[in-house]
Write a protein that binds this ligand. Structure first.
Ligand code: PLP
Length: 384
């Protein structure tokens, strides 16, 4: 087997249908959608179609979609745009397990005299909503809490959170980069004000994303210049990528059922086999309240990076929770926030599947992984 790609929370393969849809936009339909001529108008129609495809997946109106360069930009824009619209409110609430695209912005805000509150999570990665409620006050401009965690797949009760936050008079943003396309969302009845998504996590191209802005939400423009994206995000549109993202959303809508049956079942098979065959292994994160494609497993007394390197020899791609910072291997901020013991946090591995994952690939990993763990434990200085 050449490559067994189980790192779909990092990025996904562009779906062939998406690639096909994008191709004419480069050398054939290359006009500027803002141009007056019919040629440009044809491209503008393509963008209109893509905006509709996103809106259909999310259950919102096309006018509530602003195209961006990806999840990071959407997150940055949601936070900066809201704070600029509410200059007198100086408090922001987020969680300790957010992606850096939110956390780094919030930490920067602390240097600008904002009061930033990072909510903790419990051992299974869940938030304490009472803590959130007690932190909400008149000074709170924004609450930004992710829909689903990229490392563990844990899904937060976002609708409940949105209700709490908006009824307290604050704006609610959710980073739904890992959730969109994997679980059904319906924004038509939702209290979510702002929602970020990214194309490359759902078999669309890289460098494209969107920010959903609920009608009536106060937010300042985040890139100024031309009039594109209703004046919120200036700059000539990345037309091939927008068209690709539109198609990716249409396909996601068609496949969401499969994501929650076939993909989930393969994930469960992999997880159960690993936990059974590898002693001293444990699941990280809530078992039930999770994305259907993600499993995060800790192998005590071994380094995640060592496991990844050995898996890589068999062409198996996964990801570890650790980040190599300044020469020392630090467990990920998510594992630390969950209180995963040191000996296990270092050996955490995330497997993330997609609709292209096959049973044969899962069986291959089930065959190759347990001997790797045995071998590494024999070498481990922690095991006596
Ligand atoms: N938010 C989450 C939860 C993510 O997993 C990622 C990507 O890993 C991002 C934001 C950033 O998205 P992008 O790579 O499109 O900038």
């Amino acid at each position: 087997m050449e490559t067994v790609y189980l790192d779909n929370n990092a990025t996904t393969m562009v779906a062939p249908e998406v690639y096909e849809e994008m191709a004419p936009l480069f050398c054939e339909l290359y006009g500027n959608p803002s141009s007056m001529h019919t040629f440009g108008g044809r491209i503008a129609n393509k963008i209109t179609k893509a905006r509709r495809q996103l809106a259909d997946l999310l259950g919102c109106s096309p006018s509530e979609i602003v195209f961006t360069s990806g999840g990071t930009e959407s997150d940055n824009a949601a936070i900066a745009g809201t704070l600029a619209a509410y200059p007198n409110k100086r408090k922001v609430i987020t969680s300790r397990v957010e992606h850096q695209a939110v956390l780094a912005v919030c930490r920067e805000l602390e240097n600008q005299d904002y009061n930033v509150v990072e909510l903790g999570v419990n051992r299974s990665g869940n938030l304490d909503l009472n803590e959130l409620e007690s932190q909400l006050d008149d000074n709170t401009a924004l609450v930004s809490i992710m829909y689903a965690n990229n490392e563990t797949g844990v899904i937060f009760p976002i609708e409940q959170i949105a209700e709490l936050v908006t009824s307290a008079g604050s704006v609610f943003h959710t980073d739904a980069v890992q959730a969109v396309g994997k679980i059904p969302l319906n924004l038509s009845q939702s209290k979510i004000d702002l929602l970020s998504l990214s194309g490359h996590k759902l078999h669309g191209p890289k460098g494209i994303g969107a920010l959903y802005i609920k009608k009536g939400t106060r937010i300042s423009p985040f890139i100024v210049g031309g009039h594109q994206e209703a004046g919120k995000r200036a700059g000539t549109e990345n037309t091939p990528a927008i068209v690709g993202l539109g198609m990716a959303c249409e396909l996601a809508a068609e496949n969401i059922e499969q994501e929650n049956t076939k993909v989930k079942s393969l994930r469960d098979t992999l997880e159960a086999a690993i936990l059974e065959k590898c002693p001293a292994s444990m699941l990280n994160g809530d078992k039930d309240n999770r994305l259907p494609n993600t499993t995060n497993i800790s192998f005590e007394f071994v380094e995640g990076e060592a496991i990844l390197l050995m898996l890589d020899k068999f062409g198996i791609c996964a990801s570890s929770g650790s980040a190599c910072t300044s020469g020392s291997l630090e467990p990920s901020h998510v594992m630390r926030a969950m209180g995963v013991p040191f000996t296990a946090a270092h050996g955490s591995i995330r497997f993330s599947l997609s609709r292209y994952t096959t049973k044969e690939e899962i069986n291959f990993v089930i065959e190759k992984l347990p001997p790797i763990i045995v071998r590494l434990r024999e070498l481990s200085p922690f095991v006596t």
